[in-house]
Design a protein around this ligand. Structure first.
Ligand code: ATP
Length: 364
């Protein structure tokens, strides 16, 4: 059996009486891209700092390729970390930046030069070692920061929101580049972010974190289509979300009346749900069909009519807000020409299948 590159068991970190990381366990197979995704303050950075050795855990263990590193000082751990603000040295050349850690290890000059050149090739910037850091674009600096870590050949590279300081367009491109670099170095990357699209695009597996705990771990597809908790359903991907009371349950199907008075059919998820209980239901905008005539929706078990209150144009990802009763419902705008002149105030019909509504218990 192959040992995981990284394994954390029961990892716990408290600050005073607050528990920032609460008995978190996970393992990351060799050569994979693993992301920890969660809102601000959920404990992501704390996990990274504990793995890197900047903080001691209160409980639990950290193993790299089967060996505990708890008693290994930070500079001796086979992990390295890239920070959001990269921490490159502006006065040094690119090659000097990349070779910095190797020089500190006392490696011979010729060997450093060879490793730096190889790293520049791997990040797709061959032959630019003599240039200054300031001559690089934001994306190139990002790559150099990763190369500087990777020449030290860590078993695991930790990345703490490294795209946070970049503009939107560059961030989009860097998502692809980071994934390519991870494959090129064939090294495990552990990436933390509060941005679901970064995690979904790059990761082999994602852990969704909330208040110090992992809510669910899985592929992006699993988290998106089969959320196991209300938190995951609400945090990963856009969704409509209603609170209500369950009226009927039949097998995995149920009927719920929302607090705003809509009667909806949904699918039971997670813990048992029973009639009379409070629940929350989530329906994605792309699961809802928008039509001009009600007849086309006869086969859906959720159907309603309403008026367009807003058009959110965004090319192929455009959305429509439809006021139905007391609810405003977000729906994908179909691409067909029939909707090209859809305007505010237009009367429309919407419908969706009951199994498209993920329903979870336990909401007050
Ligand atoms: P962000 O995305 O905003 O960086 P995060 O998910 O990385 O957030 P952490 O920085 O790990 O969250 O913080 C988790 C919790 O621990 C927060 O409530 C934070 O206030 C607290 N915390 C973090 N570091 C310390 C510290 N050194 N002393 C006391 N509390 C801390």
């Amino acid at each position: 059996m192959t040992l995981p590159d990284l394994e954390c068991t029961g990892l716990t970190k408290r600050f005073g009486t607050a528990t920032a990381v609460d008995a978190v366990s996970f393992d990351v197979p060799p050569g994979s891209f693993f992301s920890i995704l969660g809102p601000s303050g959920c404990g992501k950075t704390t996990i990274m700092r504990v793995i890197a050795g900047f903080l001691d855990p209160d409980a639990g263990d950290i193993l790299i390729r089967g060996r505990s590193i708890l008693n290994t000082p930070p500079n001796k751990r086979p992990v390295n970390m890239v920070f959001q603000h990269l921490a490159l040295f502006p006065m040094m050349t690119i090659a000097e930046n990349i070779g910095y850690g190797l020089r500190r290890q006392g490696m011979a000059k010729a060997e450093i030069a060879r490793k730096v050149d190889a790293a520049l090739d791997r990040i797709g910037l061959p032959g630019i070692g003599a240039r200054k850091i300031d001559e690089l674009s934001g994306g190139q600096k990002q790559r150099v920061a990763i190369a500087r870590c990777m020449v030290l050949e860590p078993d695991v590279l930790l990345l703490d929101e490294p795209l946070g300081a970049l503009d939107l367009k560059l961030r989009e491109r860097m998502k692809v580049e980071l994934k390519e670099m991870q494959a090129a170095f064939d090294t495990t990357f552990v990436y933390i972010t509060h941005d679901q699209s970064e995690a979904l695009v790059m990761s082999d597996r994602i852990a969704v974190m909330n208040q110090g705990r992992f809510e669910q771990m899985g592929t992006g597809r699993e988290l998106y289509y089969r959320p196991e908790t209300a938190f995951v359903a609400g945090f990963v991907g856009d969704t409509n979300r209603w609170h209500g009371r369950i009226e009927r349950v039949e097998g995995d199907a149920l009927q719920l009346v929302t607090d705003s008075g809509l009667t909806l059919r949904g699918a039971r998820h997670g813990r048992a749900l029973s009639p009379g209980g409070r629940a929350e239901i989530f329906v994605r905008p792309e699961a809802i069909r928008l039509t001009r005539s009600a007849g086309e929706l006869a086969h859906f078990d959720n159907r309603m009519s309403g008026r367009v209150t807003a058009l959110l144009f965004n090319g192929a990802a455009s959305r429509v807000l439809v006021q139905a009763g007391r609810e405003e419902i977000e729906v994908n705008l179909p691409q067909s020409g029939e909707f090209a002149d859809l305007a505010r105030g237009a009367e429309v019909h919407i419908g969706w299948a009951g199994d498209q509504g993920n329903c979870f218990a336990g909401t007050p």
